[in-house]
Structures are given as structure tokens and as C-alpha cells.
Design a binder for this molecule. Structure first.
Ligand code: NAP
Length: 494
């Protein structure tokens, strides 16, 4: 066993138990683990210490990954969907069996708590199971033309080589949410993970290899120069599809890059979710939901509630109870017993959160809780609650941390207008004890997803995605596989 491939996965929950695990740190091209010429350091943001060095890919290695995926495509596309399905099902089983160790690794490289990481692994594995089931159910269509003398056959075929680019905040789930439908559809893939969290993605790739994915069907590269090398791959005619999850800023770049070869793109981008509490809401339930919507993943979620719009008549009660719940959270290394708020992914990300809070306070926000970076090496930022005016600049940004700005409103119409005053439109939350009123509000909100009286909606069986500058396309549900399929119409003269 190569000593470079060994990693110590610590579990303070098991009283200092240390699991020695063979961890992949190389590139995966054409079914083989290959070293790169250079390396990338992966850090533990809770401690500021090095976890591992992974290989990065040269231009030639990126080209080799494209070639491998291209060569493997015809065989994989023709593989019976039952076989593809069974490989995905096996991947689900392996991932589920290894969930504790994967969760520990996620917590180490991302900073989130073990509880959040366990939730992520279970969500991530579900994408393998869901798309194992979808693989054998791709619908087709047979119709008579209105003139009666022709037949219309509609079928769906895999697009081809797909480039998958993922962010750091859900390093397992964002990979499986793309790989699952791509493999189910019959596409071959090249996965590129975020620089902060490649180890989890490598584990996912390793699972797929053990589940029986043939050589070349799944490839993993971490380009030495992300922008330039991804651009080159997007200008290679063998690549036909790009599926990206990350910031709106990078999404815009990729739309431009995709124009030259008119690539299919699906983009899951940033969010700035409003959380609306109407005056008839059950406030205790709204606070419970707010804690999940805000604090899942320490606030580093595209679905995180970022702007709390609360009816004036209930604002004092909501603010008091919510602030208390936030204050009760235990902030600690994600692997510590009882940790409820872990570290941000890096000090750089943590400092961005701090700057947004400082500018909100400078613009007149009233600080109820938090707002001060604690001492120490870890990238921690405390649970923070503010009351802000409607025009406070913090409301325009995706905070990506445990920060909750609260704004009061006078009428449902005003709550809707304030919620919609954003370039983003991923998700919105509504609390009301009148379902009719909540549904009317949900219909008026400019968002791809709305949660009524609940703090989380992510579900592999549901279409996930946004409107406006939150993205294009949908992942999960019945729609997810179609991001990797082309529709073909065959006209027949009878
Ligand atoms: P990011 O900075 O946009 O990076 C995402 C990925 O894009 C990383 O793998 C990154 O690689 C890569 N990348 C960066 N520049 C690139 C370029 N010029 N060309 C090609 N790829 C490039 O986002 P992040 O900070 O990792 O993640 C946070 C963002 O993701 C937030 O905005 C969040 O809302 C969004 N997100 C959205 C969803 C959704 O489903 N809508 C889900 C999760 C997260 P490097 O690491 O090498 O730079």
C-alpha cells in the first residue's frame, strides 16, 4: 500500500478512535489511478492543518480524460439500461455502508458538523438509488400525426461526454446529483471537484470503480489551472455537455464558454433565499424551520435562508425566540461531540462573511447576536442575528454563513415584493397557518422551489433548480435525467 494513500480519519465521537483508511489522492483516467506532475494541498479548516496532498492534472492529462470519456461513450450508451442501473444501485449500497467514514472525511475537509455530513452522505447516496431506478424508465412516445398518414416516434438518447463541475459546500451530493443521472442516461463523464474538497469526490469515484463502472466512463481530474483548462475542454468538440454547480459569477463565464461549440449546459447557481413569516404563522414552528433553513450546513447552502421577512405584528416574538435558538448552538470542530455549528470551508470564506456583517452594521443594522470572529486557527464564524432596514446592502448578497438579517413588513404584498427584489430565484420559504394564503404567496414568489411550513425541500425525487440568475435546468426528480438526454423525433410515412 502506498503510504501517500493513507489518511487518518479521526473520530472524536468514538473517544479518539482513529480509522486508518486508504484514500485516493490521484487522478482517475480511463479506469486507472494516475499521478499528476504537481499537487494541491487539502486543508482542515477547523484546525488549519494539512489533511493530504492530491495530484493535479496537466493539460495532457485533461486531454487524456476527454479522450477516455469519448472512446468509452459508444459502449456505455449501448450497455443495457438494466446493467447501468445495477451498477448505480451497487454504488448506493457501498456509499451507504461507508457513510460514517465518508461523513468524517467531509467534516474534515469542509468544516461542517458530522451530523450535517451524515445527512449529506445519505442525500448523496439517494441520487445513486433514484437514478438507478430512473435508468430503466426513460419514456418514449408514439403518435399518429393529425393528418393520419404519418407516425411520430420520439425517443431519447444520451448527449455524450459530459463535463461535471462541482462546488465545495456539498462535496458528495453535488457529485452524485450529476454522476447518477449522467450514467443512468448513458453519458460518460469527467468530474472536476472544488479545490477545497476533492477528497470526498475521489471517494465517490472510488466507489463507482468498485461498483463496476467500466474504464473511461467516469474520469476525475483536478486541472492545474482551473479556468484555462476547463475552457480548453469546453472547446474540444468531443465534449457535448457541461453540468455545473457553483456561483453565479462562474456560471456566467461558463455560459460564455459554452457559446462557441453550442454546448448543452445545466447550471445550478447561487441563491439568496427569502424566509417569509406571515402574521398568522405558528411562531414556534417558524423558528424551528428557520433554524434548519438557515443553519443546515452552517449556512453554506445555496438553499440557505438569507433574508428573513417577518410580519411586523410577530417580529418581536420571532426575533427573540430565533435569537435564543441561535445562541444555544454549540460551535466547535465538526467532529467534536455535540457540535452544531462547524467551521467555514476556509479563512478566506469566513472573512467574506465577516465583511458582509461589518458593512451591514455600518449601514445601520442592529446586532442581536454574534458578529465577532473568535480567536484561534479554525475558520469559525459565530451564529449571528441582525435586524436590518429594507435597503441594507447585506440583503443583496449570498452570505453563505450563519448570518440571519431580519426585516419587518406590513402586508403580504410587501413581503412578496421584497422577496422578489433579487437577481436570484432559487428557493423561498413561507410560514402561515392558512394554507390557501401560503400557496398564493408561493405562487407569487419568483423562485424555482418554495417550501411551505418546512425548512428544507431538497429531495432526490423532486426537481431541484432555480429561476432568474440562480440557474438553468433541473437536477433530481424525473427532470434530472433529461439534462443528459437529447430528444430525437423519427417521422415515419405509413
Ligand atoms: P465557485 O467558486 O463558483 O466554484 C465552483 C466550481 O467551479 C469549483 O470546482 C471551481 O474550481 C470551479 N471554477 C471556478 N472558476 C472556474 C472557471 N473559470 N471555469 C470553470 N470552473 C471554474 O463556487 P463555490 O464557492 O465552490 O460554491 C459556492 C457557490 O455554489 C455558491 O454560490 C452556492 O450558492 C453555489 N451552489 C449552488 C447550488 C445549486 O444547486 N444551485 C448548490 C450548491 C452550491 P476551483 O475550486 O478550482 O476554483
Amino acid at each position: 500500500m502506498n503510504p501517500d494513500d493513507l489518511i487518518r480519519i479521526e473520530s472524536r465521537m468514538d473517544e479518539g478512535n482513529v480509522v486508518e483508511k486508504q484514500l485516493k489522492t490521484d487522478l482517475f483516467i480511463n479506469g486507472a489511478w494516475v499521478k499528476g506532475d504537481s499537487t494541491l494541498a487539502v486543508m482542515n479548516p477547523s484546525t488549519g492543518t494539512l489533511i493530504a496532498e492530491i495530484s493535479t492534472a496537466s493539460q495532457a492529462q485533461c486531454d487524456a480524460a476527454v479522450k477516455a470519456a469519448y472512446d468509452a461513450f459508444p459502449g456505455w450508451a449501448k450497455t443495457p439500461s438494466r446493467v447501468r442501473s445495477e451498477i448505480l444501485r451497487k454504488a448506493f449500497e457501498i456509499m451507504t455502508a461507508e457513510s460514517d467514514d465518508i461523513a468524517r472525511l467531509i467534516s474534515m475537509e469542509n468544516g461542517k458538523t458530522f451530523t450535517d455530513a451524515k445527512g449529506e452522505v445519505s442525500y448523496a447516496a439517494e441520487f445513486f438509488r433514484w437514478f438507478a431506478e430512473e435508468a430503466v424508465r426513460t419514456p418514449g412516445d408514439f403518435r399518429h400525426s393529425p393528418s393520419g398518414d404519418k407516425r411520430i416516434l420520439v425517443t431519447h438518447q444520451p448527449i455524450g461526454v459530459s463535463l461535471l463541475i462541482t462546488p465545495w459546500n456539498f462535496p458528495a451530493a453535488m457529485a452524485t446529483r450529476k454522476i447518477g443521472p449522467a450514467l443512468a442516461a448513458g453519458c460518460t463523464v469527467i468530474l472536476k471537484a472544488a479545490s477545497e474538497t476533492p477528497l470526498t469526490a475521489l471517494w465517490v469515484v472510488d466507489i463507482l470503480q468498485r461498483a463496476g463502472v467500466p474504464a473511461g466512463v467516469v474520469n476525475f481530474v483536478m486541472p492545474e489551472k482551473t479556468g484555462a483548462m476547463i475552457s480548453r475542454m469546453m472547446h474540444d468538440p468531443r465534449v457535448r455537455n457541461v453540468s455545473f454547480t457553483g456561483s453565479t459569477e462562474v456560471g456566467r463565464i461558463l455560459i460564455k464558454e459554452s457559446a462557441d461549440l453550442v454546448l448543452r449546459t445545466s447550471l445550478e447557481l447561487g441563491g439568496n433565499a427569502p424566509f417569509v413569516v406571515l402574521d398568522d404563522a405558528d411562531i414556534d414552528e417558524a423558528v424551528k424551520g428557520a433554524m434548519v433553513a438557515k443553519m443546515r450546513n452552517g449556512g453554506a447552502a445555496c438553499t440557505a435562508a438569507n433574508r428573513f421577512y417577518v410580519a411586523k405584528s410577530v417580529a418581536a416574538e420571532f426575533t427573540e425566540k430565533f435569537t435564543k435558538a441561535m445562541d444555544d448552538l454549540k460551535m466547535a470542530d465538526g467532529l467534536e461531540v455535540g457540535a452544531q455549528l462547524g467551521a467555514s470551508v476556509s479563512r478566506r470564506e469566513r472573512d467574506k462573511i465577516a465583511e458582509l456583517v461589518e458593512s451591514a452594521v455600518a449601514a445601520g443594522a442592529e446586532l442581536h447576536l454574534g458578529g465577532v470572529i473568535p480567536d484561534g486557527e479554525g475558520a469559525f464564524y459565530p451564529a449571528t442575528v441582525l435586524t436590518v432596514k429594507k435597503d441594507n446592502p447585506i440583503l443583496q448578497y449570498e452570505v453563505f454563513g450563519p448570518v440571519a438579517p431580519i426585516v419587518t413588513f406590513e402586508s403580504d404584498e410587501e413581503a412578496i415584493a421584497l422577496s422578489n427584489a433579487s437577481e436570484y430565484g432559487l428557493i423561498a420559504y413561507v410560514y402561515s397557518s392558512d394554507l390557501k394564503r401560503a400557496i398564493k404567496t408561493a405562487e407569487a414568489l419568483e423562485a424555482g422551489m418554495v417550501a411551505i411550513n418546512r425548512g428544507v425541500v431538497s429531495d432526490p425525487a423532486a426537481p431541484f433548480g432555480g429561476v432568474k440568475q440562480s440557474g438553468l435546468g433541473r437536477e433530481g426528480g424525473f427532470a434530472g435525467i433529461h439534462e443528459f438526454l437529447e430528444t430525437k423525433y423519427i417521422g415515419v410515412e405509413i
